[in-house]
Design a protein around this ligand. Sequence first.
Ligand code: FUB
Length: 318
Amino acid sequence: MKNPLFRHCLALVASICMSSLLPAANPIITDVFTADPAAMVHDGTVYLYTGHDVPPDKREGYTMNDWLLYSSTDMKTWKAHGSPLAVKDFTWAASDAWAGHVIEKGGKFFWYVPMNHKTIHGKAIGIAVADSPTGPFKDARGSALITNDMTKEAKISWDDIDPAAFIDNDGQAYLFWGNTKCYYAKLKPNMIELDGPIMTVDVPNYTEAPWVHKRANIYYLSYATGFPEKTTYATAEKITGPWTPRGLLTEIAGNCNTNHQSIIEFQKQWYFIYHNGGIQPSGGSFRRSVCIDRLEYNPDGTMKCVEQTTQGIDPASR
Ligand code: FUB
């Protein structure tokens, strides 16, 4: 191989082949800023609903007008589905497309989302519904499900955020949400009305971002704690508690003062999906990016601390 042109071409072909084999790495989406992941497994596909940070240059504060959707059948390659839902799709909402959650029931997909209310001071939670996980989604009620005047435990106007829905084995659906206080309530079978009083969950150092999942007979409530936020969790034998604190699930996210987790099982592997400020040079607390790492359990059912990596979940990258 004395011919330098031939050697150069060979090196070029090799590098193209190598790059198409590059393992999944964190952050998983790098062309736009994504935050507040909420993943749902449906019919062999993972649907990843995210927030969308779009702050103007140098602005240090959230600018979030819509939500984004990605899907994957292998957790490594992601297909973008654009923005199936925006604040403007709710006539009663003013701004702030913060952390939402999608859940399926009876062939319908319910997307619970917090936003600022136009006429009732503070944040509020609304619901969009669709017949497919990719939409089109439309406002399911024409009004908010929860408004700031319905929750009195926290004396702030932004406590009604971060909805996370859960359907128990008996079919009863619940909505968890809250900032500084963790609230929950039963949902009616139609998924768009509360079915009983708003209750509070007693867990230590709760900041926001509740996520409920179940494995075997254990209920897990993970949430952001402190500020900057770590993720911690509690377990219970019933969805209504009492909840036993289990400690740290993951440390503060890189270059970001919030974190927001989503936990799913897909093809017999558990995943911890979260965000950080990892895209450089512009990433940060208001320019966040979704990441995925593996989640593992101890024999007693407690969760191992999640190691946040830049390599991501592909074993080939380890
Ligand atoms: O994205 C806005 C807010 O930041 C979310 O609602 C919180 O969970 C935190 O991630």
